[in-house]
Ligand binder design. Structure first.
Ligand code: HEM
Length: 502
C-alpha cells in the first residue's frame, strides 16, 4: 500500500505538535525545590540531627534557601533566607498558615482545640480573636504589672540573700521559676507554690510535645504506638484535665473576687458565647469548658519557656561581653539611678537594653524553627512548587545569622548594630523574626517582650555578676541543649554582688 505525501506530512505534523506540547507541559510542570535524595520509607529522617535548626542550616548550604525534604512520607520545605521567608509568611501567608496535626500532641491538646495547633479556618480565627482581644491585649498585659513586680521582688530577695552570703546563683533555674510563676498566676490565678501545682505535668507535656514521634512521619506505625507516646500523651492529658477542672471549679465557686482578671476567669465569663461567626464551610462553635482548657494549655506552652530562654541567653552573652554589660549598667544608672529598682514605665527609655534584647533574640530565637506551618493548597514559591499538605519550617535561627542580611560579623554578639536602625523583632523585617510573622505570628509578643526586658533590666541593674572562680568570660560554655526550644545545655551559674544603694 502506498502512503500519500499528505498522510506523511500530517503524521509528521501531529508528531511534532505532540512533542512540542509535551515539552511545553513538561516545562510548565511544577518543579519541587531542590533537596537531598530521600531513602524509601524514612525519606530524609536519617539526615536530621540535633539541634535540628543547625542541621537544617548546614543542609541548606548545599541545597539553597528553599529546600525540599521528606520526613518519612511527609513532604517538608525548609526556608532559610529572609527573601523566601517573606514569600511564605507575607505573600502566600493565607495558603501556608495551617498547622500539621501531630499524633501525640493532638491527644495532649484536646484534639487541637486551642489556637496554636488549630487548622487555618474560621475556628482558629475566632479563637485567635478571643485571645488577642481578651487575654493578650496591651491593656491586659499592663494589668499584670503589679503581679510581675511582686514575683520579681521575690526572686530579687533570694538573689540578694545569695549575694550577701557570697553564694553562686543558678540563674537559669531562678529565671525559669519566675517565668513559670508569672504564667501560672496570669493564667490560673495561682503560682507554682500553691496547691494546684500544674508545673511538673506541664513540663512533661511540653517535653512530650517537642519529642520526635515516629508515628507523625510513618503513619502506618501510628496505630502500633511503638514509642508509647500516644499512651503517655493520653495519660498526661488526663492529669492536666483533672487539675484544670479543679481550678475552673474553684474559680466558679469563688465569691471573694481573688481570681478576677486571670485568664480562666476571663474565659469563663465568655463561656457559652460563639467562637466564630457562621460561614459556608464551618459551623458556629460555642466556647465551652474544653475550649477554655485547650486555650489555657496553649498559653502555658507559649509563655512557659520562651521568655526564660531569651533571658538566659541574653545574660550569657552579657557575661561574655563585659563592655556591653557595663554600657547597659551605665544606661540603667543614667535613667534610673542607684536609689530604686526598675519600673515597667522605665522600659521605653532604655534604648540600649532594647538593642541588647534584639541582638540576643537574633542569635537565640527561643523557637528557632517557629512552629510548623502547612500548606492548604499547592502554591508556587520562588519558581518552585509546594504541594498541598506540605509542612513548612522557617529557620528563624538561620535568618538571624544570614551573612547577606547581617554582613560578615553576623555570628558576633554586637547590640550596637541596631544603633540608628529601624529593624525590629515585630515581624516586618524578615531577617529578624523570633516571634514569626503574619497571621500565625506570636500573639503573646508584647507580653514576652515585657517579661524579657523587665527581668533582664532588673538582674543587670541590681547586681554585678561574675562566673564562678576559675572561669573566664570567653570560656563560658554556650552549647545548646537538645530539643526544639533553644535551651542552654548547662545551667548558667553566676555569683552576684549587690550594687544598689537601697
Ligand atoms: C520571648 C517570648 C516569646 C517568643 C520568642 C515567642 C515566639 C513564638 C513563635 C516563633 C511562634 C510561632 C509563629 C509561627 O508559627 O509562625 C509563636 C506562636 C505562639 N505564641 Fe509565642 N512567643 C513568646 C511568648 C509568648 C507568650 C508570652 C504567649 C502567651 C501568653 C505566647 C503564645 C503563643 C501562641 C498561642 C502561639 C500560636 C499562635 C497561632 O498559632 O495562631 N507566646 N510564639
Amino acid at each position: 500500500m502506498e502512503t500519500s505525501p499528505l498522510a506523511i506530512l500530517s503524521t509528521a505534523l501531529l508528531v511534532t505538535l505532540y512533542f512540542f506540547f509535551h515539552h511545553l507541559r513538561r516545562r510548565k510542570a511544577p518543579k519541587l525545590p531542590p533537596g537531598p535524595p530521600p531513602l524509601p520509607i524514612i525519606g530524609n529522617l536519617h539526615q536530621l540531627a540535633n539541634p535540628p535548626h543547625r542541621c537544617l542550616h548546614s543542609l541548606a548550604k548545599s541545597y539553597g534557601p528553599i529546600m525540599f525534604l521528606r520526613f518519612g512520607n511527609k513532604p517538608t520545605v525548609v526556608v532559610s533566607s529572609p527573601e523566601v521567608a517573606e514569600l511564605v509568611l507575607r505573600t502566600h501567608d493565607s495558603i501556608l498558615s495551617s498547622r500539621p496535626s501531630l499524633d501525640a500532641v493532638r491527644h495532649l491538646s484536646y484534639g487541637n482545640k486551642g489556637m496554636a495547633l488549630a487548622d487555618n479556618g474560621a475556628y482558629w480565627r475566632g479563637m485567635r480573636r478571643i485571645c488577642m482581644l481578651q487575654l493578650l491585649s496591651p491593656a491586659k498585659v499592663e494589668s499584670f504589672a503589679p503581679m510581675r513586680r511582686e514575683e520579681l521582688g521575690r526572686v530579687f530577695g533570694r538573689v540578694r540573700a545569695a549575694a550577701a552570703a557570697r553564694e553562686a546563683v543558678d540563674v537559669s533555674a531562678e529565671v525559669a521559676q519566675l517565668i513559670g510563676d508569672l504564667a501560672c498566676r496570669m493564667i490560673l490565678g495561682y503560682s507554682t507554690r500553691d496547691k494546684f501545682n500544674l508545673k511538673p505535668v506541664m513540663l512533661q507535656a511540653l517535653r512530650l510535645a517537642q519529642a520526635f514521634n515516629l508515628a507523625d512521619y510513618v503513619p502506618l506505625l501510628g496505630a502500633l504506638d511503638l514509642q508509647g507516646m500516644t499512651r503517655r500523651a493520653k495519660a498526661l492529658n488526663r492529669a492536666l484535665d483533672k487539675v484544670l477542672e479543679d481550678i475552673m471549679r474553684e474559680h466558679e465557686e469563688d465569691t471573694t473576687g481573688k481570681y478576677k482578671g486571670d485568664f480562666i476567669d476571663t474565659l469563663l465569663a465568655d463561656m457559652g458565647h460563639p467562637i466564630n461567626s457562621s460561614s459556608q464551610d464551618e459551623p458556629v462553635h460555642i466556647l465551652g469548658r474544653t475550649n477554655i482548657k485547650a486555650i489555657a494549655l496553649d498559653m502555658f506552652a507559649g509563655s512557659y519557656e520562651s521568655s526564660a530562654v531569651a533571658i538566659e541567653w541574653a545574660m550569657s552573652e552579657l557575661i561574655r561581653h563585659p563592655h556591653t554589660m557595663k554600657r547597659l549598667q551605665q544606661e540603667l544608672e543614667a535613667v534610673i539611678g542607684l536609689g530604686r529598682t526598675v519600673e515597667e514605665s522605665d522600659l521605653p527609655k532604655l534604648e540600649y537594653l532594647e538593642m541588647v534584647v534584639k541582638e540576643s533574640l537574633r542569635l537565640y530565637p527561643p523557637g528557632p524553627l517557629l512552629l510548623p506551618h502547612e500548606s492548604t493548597e499547592g502554591v508556587e514559591i520562588g519558581g518552585y512548587y509546594i504541594p498541598k499538605g506540605t509542612r513548612v519550617l522557617v529557620n528563624a535561627w538561620a535568618l538571624g545569622r544570614d551573612a547577606n542580611a547581617w554582613t560578615e560579623n553576623a555570628e558576633e554578639f554586637l547590640p550596637e548594630r541596631f544603633e540608628n536602625s529601624s529593624v525590629d523583632v515585630k515581624g516586618r523585617d524578615f531577617h529578624l523574626i523570633p516571634f514569626g510573622s503574619g497571621r500565625r505570628g506570636c500573639p503573646g509578643m508584647n507580653m514576652g517582650l515585657v517579661n524579657v526586658r523587665l527581668v533582664l533590666a532588673q538582674l543587670v541593674h541590681c547586681f554585678d555578676w561574675e562566673l564562678p572562680e576559675g572561669t573566664s568570660p570567653s570560656e563560658l560554655d554556650m552549647s545548646e541543649g537538645i530539643g526544639l526550644s533553644m535551651l542552654r545545655e548547662k545551667h548558667l551559674i553566676l555569683r552576684p554582688s549587690y550594687r544598689l544603694l537601697v
